[in-house]
Design a protein around this ligand. Structure first.
Ligand SMILES: NC(=O)c1ccc[n+]([C@@H]2O[C@H](COP(=O)([O-])OP(=O)(O)OC[C@H]3O[C@@H](n4cnc5c(N)ncnc54)[C@H](OP(=O)(O)O)[C@@H]3O)[C@@H](O)[C@H]2O)c1
Length: 322
């Protein structure tokens, strides 16, 4: 089958280890099934794997990809939930200490066929296009859990999204706005701020700008570059939900004094549960949300999408058609 594989790793030149070509079909363990993918999408996770973060070298070659939608062995149209919990685990699978994501231990979704645990299949709602379905299982699921499980906000609350154009950031803007939150964004680029306004954000600011008032919650995926601004932008008792650190995980100042003095909550958030993915897919359809898609590329041209992500040129999601 055609697949996009991590064959070697480099922190500074991640695309040297990207191979697009033939791979054997996946082995299907007991309790697992296969999905013939129609669409898959790119995430920063795939770039981290190529940089050697989160994917040990002794597991290579590894088919990349956490996002996918396709047709299962019984002919059902499904989304693929990427969080693989350990055998016998019950409850929130993101809290399983032995969980992994597709492409960390088992081959991922940037391929014609993926093997997944049967419980990881989520019915694709009618009315959700294949392109939009591929966007949901990773960046959009992460955004959904950040906002609706971990942020402790209600309609009318003000939420600051650090970064405007990324996969998670655009999902936060579109979901938050549809749910009645007042969504503010920051961006390094005025045009990307404008785009966020078109997606439903209420105000857009230059990265690091002083805000007109303090916010109830900050959605943080940028990390070191925005950490101090996130802490300074919160009202006393407010919440930072952090799910990523694209610019690095060692900010110049940890801001510990401000965090305890203002009694801030700092909540880590990773992916989401299968049930959250099912609710997200229903919400997207019922609310008429169309995830922002940067581009749709044939899987054979995946390198083009990776190059755009590494260069920071992506707005929304890069989707691969298979
Ligand atoms: N924990 C999880 O489960 C989970 C799930 C999904 C993603 N993540 C992580 O979340 C992060 C974002 O993922 P993504 O897929 O949305 O990536 P992406 O599409 O590449 O987005 C990158 C974002 O970072 C912003 N940014 C602002 N300042 C930056 C700086 N100095 N350097 C680099 N980027 C900066 C960009 O905003 P502007 O260009 O508008 O400034 C853009 O919104 C990644 O680190 C990813 O690994 C974690």
């Amino acid at each position: 089958m055609l697949a996009v594989t991590c064959t070697s790793q480099s922190m500074t030149d991640p695309l040297t280890g990207l191979t697009v070509g033939e791979r054997p079909d996946p082995i299907v363990p007991d309790g697992w099934t296969t999905v013939r993918l129609r669409t898959a999408a790119l995430n920063h996770h795939d770039v981290w794997s190529l940089r050697g973060v989160g994917l040990p070298a002794d597991r290579l070659p590894m088919v990349l990809g956490c996002d996918g939608a396709g047709v299962d062995a019984d002919g059902n149209e499904v989304l693929v939930h990427a969080v693989v919990s350990s055998p016998g685990w019950a409850g929130d699978e993101t809290l399983d200490p032995r969980r992994s994501l597709l492409s960390e231990v088992h081959d991922g979704t940037l391929a014609e066929v993926v093997a997944v645990p049967t419980r990881n299949l989520v019915p694709k709602p009618e009315g959700l296009s294949w392109e939009h379905a591929a966007c949901l299982p990773t960046a959009w699921l992460t955004a959904y859990r950040m906002l609706f499980t971990n942020a402790d906000v209600q309609p009318g609350s003000t939420v600051l999204v650090q970064g405007a154009a990324g996969g998670v950031a655009t999902a936060l803007v579109q979901l938050g706005s549809a749910a009645g939150l007042r969504v503010w964004v920051t961006s390094r680029d005025a045009a990307r701020g404008e785009q966020a306004l078109a997606l439903g954000a209420d105000q857009a600011f230059t990265s690091g700008a002083r805000l007109p008032e303090r916010v109830d919650a900050v959605m943080e995926t940028v990390g070191a570059a925005t950490w101090s601004h996130s802490v300074n932008s919160l009202r006393p008792g407010g919440t930072i939900v952090i799910s990523g650190a694209t610019s690095g995980d060692a900010p110049t100042k940890a801001e510990l004094t401000k965090i305890f003095f203002k009694q801030l909550r700092v909540i880590g958030s990773t992916m989401g549960t299968r049930d959250e993915l099912e609710r997200l897919s229903r919400f997207v359809v019922d609310a008429g949300i169309e995830p922002l898609v940067d581009s749709v590329l044939p899987l054979a041209d995946a390198r083009e999408g990776f190059e755009a992500m590494v260069a920071g040129r992506v707005s929304g999601k890069v989707v691969f058609s298979i």
